[in-house]
Write a protein that binds this ligand. Structure first.
Ligand SMILES: Nc1ncnc2c1ncn2[C@@H]1O[C@H](COP(=O)(O)OP(=O)(O)OP(=O)(O)O)[C@@H](O)[C@H]1O
Ligand SMILES: [Mg+2]
Length: 296
């Protein structure tokens, strides 16, 4: 397998964990035309984005592509020991340790009211896509509608993006989930009605977006990482050289201190010795003269 193929497999496995099927992955990671849904999804950062529109207007593909974008970006992966590892690029923010999650509204309807772990996963996902709202069974107690409301509100509070798609009209959406949910989405994000002329699929030749994964991007990532490793090695070598040089200097200074010459006794000349003796004798005589009774 080439490094490109191993990258593709790693990205597909990660997308699968997020909830994106193989077919959807292939469709969304290939080159696609830019539609209104695509433009809205790509521009979307924080808060909630609701894509409403007729069947086939490209909402699911746009949302899937938005979710796959970080997964298919080689800059978020590290190639080491022959394998690819996904780097959690926002793991430093404790509110954003969650995963990328793609779920259909039908699967959301199966969540039990007391399943707090699953609900917390939906609250904390780095990016959450809820696809095909309107196709699921709504319980009589309104649990699902209030769960969607809670998800939108809580994720807005945590500054995390949520993408919702539905092929209902705004009026049908309001009727189904209540004013509160739509108001919350509009308050905390944006609703894009992908209907009318602007929604018509443009020909694939019209402003095609580049494929999400390309061999060139993966190769460039490996080059970038190798250059990075070489730079880190160079910097480490420089630090080591500097450390060794300063240790050597310190050792030389210690050796020099040990070898410093001791003061040498300079012998007196004979004349100096004689003069010294004469001075001592004279001093003794002077003292004896001053102290006649005492013996020196
Ligand atoms: N931007 C695009 N470029 C090329 N083909 C696209 C694009 N968007 C969607 N398609 C094609 O159109 C088909 C329908 O798109 P998609 O499933 O995303 O629509 P949808 O709005 O989610 O429909 P529904 O409301 O029925 O779920 C897809 O199978 C895909 O191949
Ligand atoms: Mg769809």
């Amino acid at each position: 397998m080439t490094t490109f193929e191993t990258f593709q497999s790693a990205a597909i496995a990660m997308a699968d964990r997020a909830g994106v099927m193989g077919r959807e992955f292939r469709e969304a990671s290939g080159p696609v035309a830019e539609t209104e849904a695509m433009t809205a999804a790509m521009a979307h950062k924080d808060g909630a984005l609701l894509l409403l529109g007729k069947p086939g207007s490209g909402k699911t593909l746009a949302a899937t592509r938005r979710l796959l974008r970080p997964i298919c970006n080689p800059a978020n992966w590290l190639f080491c020991n022959g394998g690819w590892q996904y780097r959690r690029f926002i793991a430093t923010d404790p509110r954003r340790t969650g995963e990328l999650i793609w779920r259909t509204a039908r699967s959301l309807a199966r969540i039990q009211q007391y399943d707090q772990d699953t609900v917390e996963e939906l609250f904390s996902a780095r990016l959450l896509v809820l696809d095909d709202l309107g196709q699921e069974y709504l319980d009589k107690n309104g649990f699902l509608a209030s769960l969607i409301d809670e998800i939108v509100t809580e994720r807005h509070r945590r500054e995390l993006p949520t993408l919702l798609t539905s092929n209902t009209t705004p009026a049908e959406f309001t009727e189904r989930y209540g004013h509160r949910v739509l108001d919350r989405i509009v308050d905390t994000g944006r609703m894009v009605a992908c209907d009318g002329d602007s929604l018509r699929r443009k020909p694939a030749t019209d402003r095609p977006l580049p494929a999400l994964i390309t061999e060139a991007l993966v190769a460039a990532r490996i080059d970038e990482q190798e250059a990075d490793r070489a730079r880190q090695h160079r910097e480490w070598r420089q630090r080591e050289d500097a450390r060794e040089a300063s240790a050597r200097e310190a050792q030389q200074a210690r050796a020099a201190a040990r070898a410093e010459p001791k003061p040498v006794d300079v012998p007196m000349t004979e004349a100096e010795v004689a003069a010294r003796k004469a001075k001592i004798t004279a001093d003794l005589e002077a003292w004896a003269a001053k102290n006649p009774g005492a013996s020196a």
